[in-house]
Design a protein around this ligand. Structure first.
Ligand SMILES: NC(=O)c1ccc[n+]([C@@H]2O[C@H](COP(=O)([O-])OP(=O)(O)OC[C@H]3O[C@@H](n4cnc5c(N)ncnc54)[C@H](OP(=O)(O)O)[C@@H]3O)[C@@H](O)[C@H]2O)c1
Length: 295
């Protein structure tokens, strides 16, 4: 139910994520207008109080704040380019996943049309949108962010953050964080395969994995300080010590008949650091292998 003085919001794109976003705005009391190419996806939202606009143009006209969540940036332009005459004075918040270059280009395009633009990244899945577990990252003008922060908190009440004025930052954080997710998940899957070969269930291994992932967060904090200061003194273990243990992991993988590809890749990076004379340094010095890739 709409609450007096809540900012009217339009949500364009009612896929799995767009429906969750619109639902969160509605629940927080924002008058919410929605539009989707396939109108039937608005049915539940309409029954909860959303207004289904008959066209994307009507949807844009309905609110000063227009949230976009479609497949990709090409779709954003497919929907909005024909409405370029309607966008002056609007605030566009693009929560569509993309890359930093696309975000910066879209910000320039919006500015030429007289629209304010925030680019956003959703670090959450639809069921947690609107809860304290949702994390949404925004990039663009701080002034525009501040003016809309209160409304945007409807979708992430405890996790709404402005990263900076560079519109590309949300996409960069997004892919960097997803990279961490895949790194952790692939390592877990490799470990679960290794222990599975010894008849240990993945669910038995999982609490040990989670506890260790928690410990690794302390390494991240310490190594971030070393990277920023450029001081790679080994306070915990040297790269040599890490390398010796990696060789054990490759050996165990080969001995149990599971794929050694992941630890072999990690070892290849570490071998390069050793070849560069970094063997006595902190593991944080491995940042050079990412800053100066061999290929
Ligand atoms: N789902 C997640 O967990 C999650 C998490 C973080 C970020 N995201 C990002 O959120 C965005 C949407 O994801 P989603 O899960 O909602 O995807 P989805 O369920 O596949 O929805 C895609 C949306 O884009 C619309 N669309 C596609 N092509 C179109 C076109 N040519 N013209 C007009 N509309 C078009 C679809 O309309 P129709 O309904 O008519 O097909 C639908 O509203 C993506 O960029 C995704 O990466 C999603």
């Amino acid at each position: 139910m709409a609450v007096e003085n809540r900012t009217p919001v339009t949500v364009i794109g009612l896929g799995l994520m767009g429906q969750a976003l619109a639902g969160a705005f509605l629940k927080a009391g924002h008058p919410t207008t929605v539009w989707n190419r396939s109108a039937e996806k608005a049915a539940d939202l309409v029954s909860e109080g959303a207004v289904l606009a008959p066209s994307a143009e009507d949807a844009v006209k309905a609110s000063g704040l227009v949230v976009l969540c479609v497949t990709d940036y090409d779709v954003v332009h497919t929907v909005l380019d024909p409405l370029s005459g309607e966008l002056s004075g609007k605030t566009l918040v693009n929560l569509t996943s993309g890359h930093s270059e696309g975000a910066r280009e879209t910000a320039e395009w919006a500015a030429k049309l007289g629209a304010a633009y925030l680019d956003g990244a959703i670090m959450a899945i639809p069921p947690v949108i609107g809860t304290e577990h949702a994390v949404l990252l925004y990039a663009g003008s701080k002034e525009v962010y501040d003016a809309n922060e209160s409304a945007l908190q409807a979708v992430a009440p405890a996790g709404t953050t402005h990263l900076g004025e560079d519109h590309g930052l949300a996409s960069l954080y997004d892919v960097a964080l997803l990279g961490i997710m895949w790194g952790v998940l692939n390592s877990f899957l490799h470990g679960a395969a290794l222990l599975g070969a010894a008849n240990v269930k993945a669910s038995t291994f999982a609490p040990f994995a989670n506890n260790w992932i928690g410990a690794v967060t302390n390494f991240v904090t310490a190594y971030a300080g070393q990277i920023d200061e450029g001081d790679f003194t080994a306070h915990d273990a040297t790269i040599d010590t890490h390398l010796a243990t990696m060789i054990h992991l490759i050996h165990e993988s080969e001995a149990t008949g599971i794929s050694p590809e992941l630890p072999e890749f990690v070892k290849a990076l570490t071998d390069r650091a050793v070849a560069a004379g970094q063997n006595g340094l902190s593991y944080a010095a491995m940042i050079d292998q990412f800053r100066k890739p061999s290929k």
